[in-house]
Design a protein around this ligand. Structure first.
Ligand code: TRP
Length: 335
């Protein structure tokens, strides 16, 4: 009796910077939900990072950290294949084939490429130009159907569908066309603490809560968040920066706590100092165990090695199967 095969999910995580609350509620929480329902491949995109960061001094540290932080958040290496891109050599082969199907014109038009050219005109290398081909390779290597990514990766995903279509058209149906996948509540944006925009890796560090932040750093950041002297009439509309504090509270605080502050706001009784203190303590309760777990994992190189080896073995098995079909379809079998 054959067990129904689970649909394949694939996503890549760049090994740069520390993960923050926005990454957690935007991406990681989605991964965690998917690992039971789907066959998941979650990959650290170390090769992609070489397109912009040729200096590899900090790469090992960064790879370890991103793995540790994702596992600490609940990603389970026994359920999902958690691996490094560079450990799956089949990547290089499929990347080569797909490069023949990618046109210089479309690659030059990619938004992320144009951004990078503007930011680093001194390092416009071919790897940067074909970044979307490498990303398509990661996905197609597992013939994945769903790709949990944010809006900023939509164009790359569309290019992936184009490459898949071209391949299928020329050599026969091999690849499904992958689509972006999110559980509904993923659209939730985690607002930054300075009243504008959302939490991000690169912008104002004081306005972003990192999963590695110490308790006192978390408290300090939250207590600094902008407030005012409070509403002057009942049931007033909330200014953005106040709405943001409520949004953050909804992520980590208990229902009755949130309700109390909603009621206080609506009755003009709210004391923002108290509200921020409460939020800070609830945030510490949320982040501290993740931070500690990530530190423990980082300190255990043997465990990380085992995770990477197990993940790579699963990914290679899936990749080798695809490569075999691809060579066959392309007519590269001469005997
Ligand atoms: N390009 C993605 C990013 O910048 C990372 C990535 C690499 C990826 N390979 C992928 C995402 C495959 C989804 C699928 O975030």
């Amino acid at each position: 009796m054959s067990e129904k095969k689970k649909e394949v999910v694939m996503s890549g995580i760049r090994p740069t910077g520390y993960l923050h609350l926005g990454n957690y509620f935007g991406a990681i929480r989605n991964y965690i939900k998917m690992q039971d329902e789907f066959e998941c491949f979650f990959m650290v995109a170390d090769l992609h990072s070489l397109t912009t960061h040729p200096d590899t001094k900090e790469l090992k540290q960064n790879v370890h950290r991103v793995l540790a932080e994702n596992i600490a958040c609940g990603l389970n290496p026994n359920k999902a294949a958690l691996y490094c891109q560079s450990h799956v050599h089949e990547t290089a082969e499929l990347y080569l084939y797909l490069n023949m199907l990618a046109y210089k014109g479309e690659l030059e038009k990619t938004a992320t490429f144009k951004d990078k050219v503007r930011q680093h005109p001194e390092n416009v290398n071919a790897g940067l130009l074909t970044y979307p081909v490498l990303m398509a390779t990661d996905i197609l290597l597992h013939r994945a159907k769903y790709v949990p990514v944010g809006k900023d990766q939509e164009q790359h995903l569309e290019m992936t569908r184009n490459f898949a279509q071209r391949f299928n058209h020329r050599y026969g149906e091999v690849f499904p066309e992958p689509i972006a996948f999110n559980f509904g509540d993923n659209l939730l944006k985690v607002p930054s603490l300075d009243g504008g925009g959302k939490m991000s890796k690169s912008e104002n560090q004081m306005a972003t809560l990192y999963l590695a932040d110490e308790d006192d750093t978390i408290r300090k950041k939250i207590m600094k968040a902008k407030t005012d002297s409070g509403p002057t009439e009942n049931n007033a509309a909330k200014p953005d920066y106040i709405e943001n504090i409520f949004l953050l509270m909804k992520l980590v605080s208990a229902e009755d706590v949130i309700k109390k502050y909603e009621d206080d706001f609506n009755n003009c009784l709210i004391r923002y100092g108290d509200m921020k203190k409460q939020l800070a303590e609830d945030m510490v309760q949320f982040i501290a165990p993740i931070r500690q777990k990530a530190l423990d994992i980082m300190a255990n190189e043997n465990y990380l090695k085992e995770v990477m080896e197990t993940g790579a073995a699963k990914a290679k098995e899936s990749a080798a199967g695809t490569i075999e079909i691809v060579r066959q379809a392309m007519g590269l079998k001469y005997y």
